[in-house]
Ligand binder design. Structure first.
Ligand code: SF4
Ligand code: SF4
Length: 232
């Protein structure tokens, strides 16, 4: 749907309920949490285990969530005994976001998941010439996340919602676009260092591998995508 003048005057983050409704589709037909939790000694999906991933939210989300649910509280930093990881997270906390802790997967309230829960394990990939090309994976989770090793399982409906939501968000919130451009640059540097190509769920459909230095893209079939960790 084309953006209206009202859209430009009203931040989408001001209407969190609408934003959440736009990215509500499950990312796969099966429950991927059951696929990865069996590999986690804590028995939880890795992205819902505070010892592996701390959800971040925009301040506007936190304002909304505080009023509407008991699911979340501010992250204290002592929820997990793995203190080295915690210290690293404190160093990396995004400037424009807050870390939160939820009640855990047994008590998850699906309508009140943060945007970061909804988009995990993906982020919007932005090229050096500032084009939002598609969905790239949070590469730090390659060894534990089942989805990153099974990108073919991601539904077309989810891909569509992800692209549409971020197109809209970027049109209205330049800072968010800049943050993902920086994150994409960080990914290119890491993949160049390790001499790997970046898997991408392209916004036009299908899969690509991106060379981090030249940013040349090659089409690849789902069968040719890499697998990691437990899922090799
Ligand atoms: S997104 Fe990845 S880490 Fe999270 S539940 Fe699914 S497979 Fe597990
Ligand atoms: S809110 Fe739900 S989806 Fe998000 S981290 Fe907590 S348990 Fe996982």
């Amino acid at each position: 749907m084309p953006l209206t003048l009202k859209d430009y005057l009203t931040s989408p983050l001001a209407d969190i309920r609408t934003l959440y409704a736009r990215l509500d589709e499950p990312l796969a037909a099966l429950d991927c949490g059951q696929q990865c939790a069996r590999h986690n000694p804590a028995g939880k999906p890795f992205c819902c285990d505070i010892c592996h991933a701390v959800p971040a939210a925009y301040p506007q989300e936190w304002t909304f969530l505080q009023k509407t649910t008991n699911l979340w509280q501010p992250w204290r930093g002592d929820e997990c005994s793995q203190s080295d990881e915690t210290r690293q997270l404190q160093l990396e906390q995004p400037e424009n976001m807050l870390y939160l802790a939820c009640l855990g997967p047994q008590a998850c309230q699906r309508p009140f998941r943060a945007l970061s829960c909804r988009q995990f394990p993906f982020f919007p990939y932005v090229s050096t010439d500032y084009r939002f090309l598609g969905l790239a994976c949070e590469w730090e989770f390659e060894s534990v996340c089942w989805v990153i090793s099974h990108l073919e399982a991601v539904t077309e409906a989810y891909r569509h919602e992800f692209i549409a939501t971020h197109d809209r968000l970027f049109a209205l919130e330049q800072d968010i676009f800049e943050a993902y451009a920086a994150h994409s640059e960080k990914m290119r540097a890491e993949f160049a260092r390790t001499r790997r190509r970046i898997p991408l769920l392209h916004r036009d459909g299908g899969f690509r591998l991106i060379s981090p230095a030249s940013e040349r893209m090659a089409r690849i079939s789902a069968a040719g995508l890499p697998r990691f960790g437990f899922y090799k």
